[in-house]
Design a protein around this ligand. Structure first.
Ligand SMILES: Nc1nc2c(c(=O)[nH]1)N[C@@H](CNc1ccc(C(=O)N[C@@H](CCC(=O)N[C@@H](CCC(=O)N[C@@H](CCC(=O)O)C(=O)O)C(=O)O)C(=O)O)cc1)CN2
Ligand SMILES: [Zn+2]
Length: 810
């Protein structure tokens, strides 16, 4: 039997209904009832769409008001004790207020230990596997009282059932939940996994409740199976599911669930193969079916065939859920026939997406008026992928029944056309040599080693100790946003838009003089986003107009599409940097100063550009990244030539690019380092290369960080641990560069006090040589307001000055 399903669908809703409903609710512009209504509307539309497209098992449980891991933490009562005084009533408003307080923090109104108005910090965010989606981090301690506090999933299922849908509930499994959780410091790795067993009874109850209400199957997502797991973890996984099976059975015996129908349990893994986790996972007999990612996990195929899965269900993730290219149905059909035509007749097959469609924009139709027709023709976003799955299912079932191939002519033509299109758009003369050679010709390492450059740069820049700087972006005001919108919609000319940007740069430079920062930036006002901007400016890349993808909560990004050979047509940042240099000089002239002021140009690095885009899939990602690296290299060379001698090449996504499987990581490390070095080595020794990274635990990429051979690293470590920093002590373990570990957290609107900043710097100087430490915020300031920015930077700079006096240097 062949049927169709998807792993999950985006929550964004039409015209970003999700984002706007949330933000309106937070601004108290709509009521909680209206928020819930908006959510229901998105869900109903999704179900209706999936069903009309011909998907047999539509999905419930993939929607979330904020994040799916947060939903589970709340449902399982995994609430950190600092929230104990936040009201948790039964009413709808209390329920949502409490839920959002975990995501966004709260003010205590406590009568207990907290003084009224104390702020309670939210749960941490972390990257969801190797994607740009962030989930929240549940906090578990020995005081956690695991219990089921809501049955939202069951209610949602019943809602869909009552609408007449054949719905499949999905839930993230207990092992993946534990994997993302944080534990008290003294919890050992083994006992972390002991907590897994405490979650099992809650899953059992939920599953039986679904069964009682008529659910025929449940998809349990355990994408940790795509990672390399230690054997203890795999054992714990095995034990936990066996426990779940036993518990479900014994509860059935005492009247839980449905006496006539046993719900089927499906295990879903995606983003990569099961690989060495295959045997354990697929031998757990409580599972009636297994999902395989057959785009990014094809190495499982021989094992699948060997195992045979008689009388089980195989969910085959044939349609790419993470990339935007139209599915070549004929190729996928042939792939299926080649590999799976010989499956035992007792095996049920579900044709599926490789992973949840959460990482794709909603529909390509919204781009019709904006994208070049030829490119538009090649794309398929979440909605279109759903239709493709349905079409592929028809092709396969018709073939299996009648052995006659249905020709999907149009799709076939499109796939042929893709090759022509890529060729047409490729670089006019795609040789492998750099198009532009700088002072270091076409070499891909810096001229001198770090120590040699350091000497030259110290003399050249003559900065004080504890030099102060920022990470690049300054607040994006509504003024700029509305001017940009006006320019994009053709209401004002590019020159008018540019004038506005230049006005902001002038203000920004004056502000930096007033604050007395040591190294300036130009504020990145011209960029909506650090990746989208390069997508707009590089050849071979295109940006969408409505292609929003959830990054976290109500925040969305528009990943560019890399469709051909990437190269730089024209300089991208030089014009505004020249303007910035002139502005600085004119201020210096006006005050009669002969001092030099340095400005740091900000570019996005090749790995991050590719990682936060949708890359072409006809060549390896390492090749795409090397092309981007070459383009950034040209920009670096040009920036140096116009007199910008500090250049920061941001790589915040370099950690998340690390492959999920340990065995693939070395290769990645090598090309990621190579790409970064390609981008940053065409220049003289005096030019100082900075990089910036944030949002991750960098412990695992220490080798990459060292390999980049930068002069200065600014890294978000306000929240990360000292164990990691200890590995970056200059002079130790080959790490020598300057380091700016982040004086305060830019993601909080609170103004950091001088005391708190001093405390932090003192912590750092326990580890680092003072001479290597830079003082800067821990990330860009674009999400702050101008009113928050100034006092925060004032405090930070005051601290640097105070420390210099204490050290007897000025
Ligand atoms: N690509 C990428 N990934 C990243 C990050 C990043 O900076 N870039 N940072 C990390 C965290 N992720 C983040 C993701 C999104 C946002 C974010 O703020 N997104 C904005 C979108 C910002 C944007 O592009 N704004 C446009 C305007 C877009 C728009 O449609 N505006 C509204 C009106 C809203 C307004 O005027 O403010 C409209 O036109 O209707 C602009 O500045 O020009 C949002 O969802 O609100 C922040 C962090 C990790 N991943
Ligand atoms: Zn950052």
């Amino acid at each position: 039997m062949i049927s169709s399903s998807i792993v999950g669908f985006p929550r964004v809703g039409s015209d970003r209904a999700h984002k706007f409903a949330l933000e309106k609710y937070w601004r108290k512009k709509i009521t909680v009832e209206e928020l819930v209504e908006a959510g229901k509307k998105i869900k109903l539309r999704n179900w209706e769409f999936e069903s009309k497209a011909g998907i047999e098992q539509i999905v419930v449980g993939d929607f979330s008001y904020y994040d799916h891991i947060l939903d589970l933490a709340v449902a399982f009562n995994v609430i950190p004790s600092r929230f104990k005084d936040v009201k948790r009533g039964d009413g709808l408003e209390d329920k949502f207020e409490f839920y959002f307080s975990l995501a966004r923090g709260a003010k205590s109104t406590a009568n207990g230990n907290n003084i009224e108005g104390d702020s309670i910090h939210p749960l941490e965010m972390t990257k969801w596997f190797d994607t740009n989606y962030h989930c929240l981090v549940p906090e578990i301690s020995k005081h956690t009282e695991f219990k089921l506090t809501n049955k939202d999933l069951v209610e949602e299922y019943v809602h869909a059932k009552n609408q007449g849908y054949n719905a499949k509930p999905v839930i993230v499994g207990p092992a993946t939940f534990i994997y993302f959780s944080k534990f008290e410091d003294n919890t050992s790795t083994e006992s972390k996994w002991d907590y897994l067993n405490k979650l099992i009874p809650l899953y059992a109850d939920l599953i039986l409740e679904l069964e009682k209400n008529g659910a025929k199957m449940i998809q349990i997502d355990e994408p940790i199976l795509a990672t390399t797991l230690d054997s203890e973890v795999l054992d714990a996984f095995d034990r936990a599911y066996k426990l779940l099976g036993g518990l479900i059975e014994s509860k059935r015996n005492i009247g839980y669930g449905d006496p006539y129908y046993k719900i089927k349990l499906f295990l879903a893994n995606y983003y990569s193969s099961y690989d060495e986790n295959f045997d354990v996972a697929t031998s757990i007999d409580i599972f009636d079916g297994f999902h395989f990612d057959l785009v990014n996990g094809i190495s499982d195929i021989p094992k699948i065939l060997e195992k045979g899965f008689k009388n089980k269900t195989l969910s085959l993730g044939l349609v790419d859920g993470r990339n935007v290219w139209k599915t070549d149905l004929k190729e996928r059909f042939n792939f299926f026939i080649k590999n799976f035509a010989g499956l035992d007749p007792s095996v049920s097959v579900i044709i599926n997406s490789s992973c949840s469609l959460l990482h794709l924009p909603l529909t390509v139709k919204k781009e019709k008026d904006y994208l070049e027709t030829d490119l538009y023709r090649l794309l398929s976003f979440a909605s279109e992928k759903v239709i493709e799955i349905s079409q592929l299912t028809t092709m396969i079932s018709v073939y299996r029944e009648s052995r006659s191939l249905v020709a999907f002519d149009e799709n076939f033509q499109d796939s042929k056309f893709k090759k022509v299109f890529i060729c047409k758009h490729s670089r006019p003369n795609p040789d492998t040599k750099p198009r532009k050679t700088g002072p270091n010709e076409d070499k891909f390492t810096r001229i001198s080693s770090f120590q040699g450059r350091k000497k030259i740069q110290n003399e050249y820049f003559n900065l004080p100790i504890y030099p102060t700087t920022t990470i690049g972006s300054f607040p994006q005001t509504t003024d700029i946003r509305s001017k940009r919108r006006a320019y994009k919609s053709g209401e004002i000319t590019y020159e008018q838009y540019l004038d506005e940007i230049k006005r902001k740069i002038i203000d920004c430079i004056h502000l930096q003089f007033e604050l007395d920062l040591d190294v300036f930036v130009n504020g990145e006002y011209e960029r909506t986003d650090m990746v989208e901007f390069f997508g707009e400016n590089l050849e071979g890349m295109e940006v969408t107009t409505n292609g929003w993808v959830q990054s976290y909560g109500s925040r969305y990004v528009k990943p560019p599409i890399i469709f051909a050979h990437v190269y730089r047509g024209n300089p991208m940042t030089c014009e505004l940097m020249e303007f910035t240099l002139k502005t600085i000089q004119s201020v210096l002239d006006s005050i009669g100063s002969t001092k030099k002021k340095y400005v740091k140009a900000i570019l996005t690095g090749p790995v991050t550009i590719v990682k936060w885009s949708f890359p072409r899939n006809d060549i390896p990602i390492s090749e795409v990244t090397k092309q981007v690296a070459m383009a950034i290299r040209e920009e670096v060379i040009d920036l140096e030539a116009i007199g910008v001698h500090m250049i920061q090449v941001d790589e915040p996504a370099i950690r998340e690019g690390l492959p999920l499987k340990k065995k693939d990581q070395d290769e990645y490390k090598q090309w990621a380092i190579e790409s970064f070095r390609t981008a940053t080595s065409g220049i003289n020794d005096f030019t100082q290369i900075h990089t910036h990274m944030c949002y991750s635990d960098f412990y695992e990429i220490i080798e990459i960080i060292k390999g980049l051979d930068v002069d200065v690293l600014t890294i978000e470590s306000v929240k990360s641990n000292m164990k990691f920093l200890n590995n970056l002590v200059p002079g130790k373990e080959n790490y020598e560069a300057g380091i700016g570990p982040g004086a305060y957290d830019v993601h909080s609107p609170a103004i950091p006090s001088k005391e708190e900043i001093i405390e932090r710097i003192k912590q750092y100087t326990k580890y680092f040589d003072k001479k290597s430490v830079w003082i800067n915020p821990d990330c860009g300031n674009k999400t702050r307001t101008e009113a928050e920015l100034k006092p925060a930077l004032q405090n930070m700079i005051a601290v640097a000055k105070q420390l210099r006096i204490q050290e007897g240097e000025n």
